[in-house]
Design a protein around this ligand. Structure first.
Ligand code: HEM
Length: 457
């Protein structure tokens, strides 16, 4: 018998575990089905669909819920016409300790209101101001990276993107000791998020993560009066100055929650997509040269905001990398009331695990789905249009990524500076093991060599 519950108290109710009417498995004691899912989310999801269909019962460590795939199911959940799916209750356990109040963890009216204000920092007229620091930082870093010797791209770009975050998101002009502290605190939070043991005990990653969270919060709090009084074009300054419809500022608490969440949402995702792009272009010299010619054809050594639309070949590469290796490998939701998905009645308060990779490689919509083929995104193929939810690396509906255009702009700017100045090569027959969790990336950090091709470098 399904329990009838009032919608209003959904935030006070525990997760529903009564899912035996839906096919699936319990897995091993304590860890459930976590191991095969974490090891290869795509293969595991495909295997489950074959055995159980597009909705199946799954246990991931201490969370029992449903694995949901399929473009139609994603459309129902992400568009969520009847407010049936909660983000806050879905992400509370994974992200709540560090990012409670972050935009992704808000529901419905509260989410809409906060998102409207935050969007000011990502409208086109504001984004133009981000081009200069992007050009400057990418150009300077690439000049300083070692040439004709192996470097691990993933670790190098991670550092550069942290530094960019401190300029564009936090408004820091120079790299100081304080920036170093912020970067360390940010890394500690990431470590805490990934830790399996979630006890606040001194010496654990989780504890260090919580300390990092406090250090970041103190830092942002110290900056708020200065950013509010100034005329900075960084994201934090915008959030400090924007007002609600009632003419009120975001509270300090909201600014801290939004800023720290934005840093998190922007950093690993852009590191992931650039690492996979370099993995592909580094092992395909001819393709790399085509992208290089597109960059050189712009006839400029700085990418302007107006140039961004003139790199179609790059865009297809970016789209294809996001299709094969979505940086947010899985979304989550929790049902609020009984819902039908894939023909099953799903009880209220059920966790939904939604791996992005399955739909983006579903042979129903994609030709040779596991093959890297950027031209599938160009005319006349346009495979991404086969279903409105066969391609969703940035999510969809009310929570669609707010930083989507920024991520594209940043990636274009980096690849522009890289390819117009250097040949990039990975080792011969390069085929690294690919991690899915916590963030998709080549597990070896992408070893590359850079060779200067422009006399000015
Ligand atoms: C390639 C890079 C990126 C990818 C693939 C990506 C992907 C996503 C996805 C899939 C979601 C929705 C998750 C869900 O519905 O459960 C999301 C939300 C979000 N992303 Fe991104 N993201 C990227 C870069 C960025 C950047 C650069 C920023 C900030 C500048 C950012 C800020 C956010 C925020 C604030 C949300 C929450 C939006 C909301 O709940 O309304 N992301 N992102």
């Amino acid at each position: 018998m399904m329990t009838i519950t009032s919608d209003l108290d959904y935030k006070t109710r525990p997760n529903n575990y009564e899912l035996n009417h839906i096919p699936g498995t319990k897995g091993l004691p304590l860890i459930g089905n976590a191991l095969p899912f974490i090891k290869d989310m795509l293969a595991d999801s495909r295997g489950r669909v074959e055995k159980f269909g597009k909705v199946s019962r799954i246990v991931i460590a201490d969370q029992t819920g449903l694995l949901v795939v399929g473009a139609d199911n994603f459309k129902t959940i992400m568009i969520d016409r009847d407010n049936n799916f909660s983000n806050e209750m879905a992400y509370a356990q994974q992200l709540g300790a560090f990012y409670r109040g972050g935009l992704l963890l808000l529901d419905f009216d509260e989410h809409r209101m906060q998102r409207r204000i935050m969007q000011q920092a990502f409208k086109f007229s504001t984004m133009k101001h981000y081009m200069e620091p992007l050009n400057e930082r990418f150009r300077d870093s690439l000049i300083n990276w070692p040439k004709d010797t192996e470097l691990k791209f993933y670790f190098e770009i991670k550092k550069v993107l942290l530094d960019i975050g401190s300029k564009i998101f936090l408004g820091e002009k120079e790299f100081t000791q304080e920036s170093e502290m912020v970067n360390q605190a940010f890394s500690d939070v990431s470590g805490g998020l990934g830790s399996v043991l979630r006890f606040n005990l001194i010496g654990t990653k989780f504890h260090r993560g919580l300390q990092g969270k406090s250090a970041l919060a103190d830092y942002v709090a110290r900056k708020i009066p200065h950013r509010r009084a100034g005329d900075g074009e960084d994201v934090l300054s915008h959030m400090c100055r924007e007002r609600t419809e009632k003419g009120e500022f975001f509270s300090d608490k909201e600014i801290i929650q939004h800023t720290t969440f934005l840093l998190f949402a922007a950093h690993d995702t852009t590191t992931s997509v650039l690492s996979h792009m370099v993995m592909y272009v580094g092992s395909r010299p001819e393709y790399q040269n085509r992208l290089r010619q597109e960059c050189l054809a712009l006839g400029t050594d700085e990418l302007s905001y107006e140039d961004l639309d003139k790199l179609p070949e790059f865009e297809h590469c970016f789209e294809e990398v996001l299709r094969l290796h979505p940086p947010v490998p899985m979304s989550m939701r929790r049902t609020i009331r009984e819902t039908i998905l894939g023909g099953h009645a799903i009880p209220p308060d059920t966790l939904l695990f939604m791996p992005t990779c399955y739909n983006q490689r579903d042979p129903e919509y994609w030709a040779d789905p596991d093959v890297f083929d950027p031209s599938r995104f160009s005319e006349p193929r346009n495979e991404q249009k086969n279903h409105s939810f066969c391609y969703h690396p940035f999510g969809g509906g009310a929570h669609k990524c707010i930083g989507m255009h920024f991520a594209l702009m940043l990636s274009k700017c980096f690849i522009f500076h890289l390819l117009r100045n250097f040949e990039v090569s990975t080792p011969p027959d390069y085929a690294p093991v690919l991690d899915w969790v916590p963030i998709p990336k080549p597990s070896d950090g992408v070893p590359i060599r850079l060779k200067a091709i422009n006399s000015s470098t």
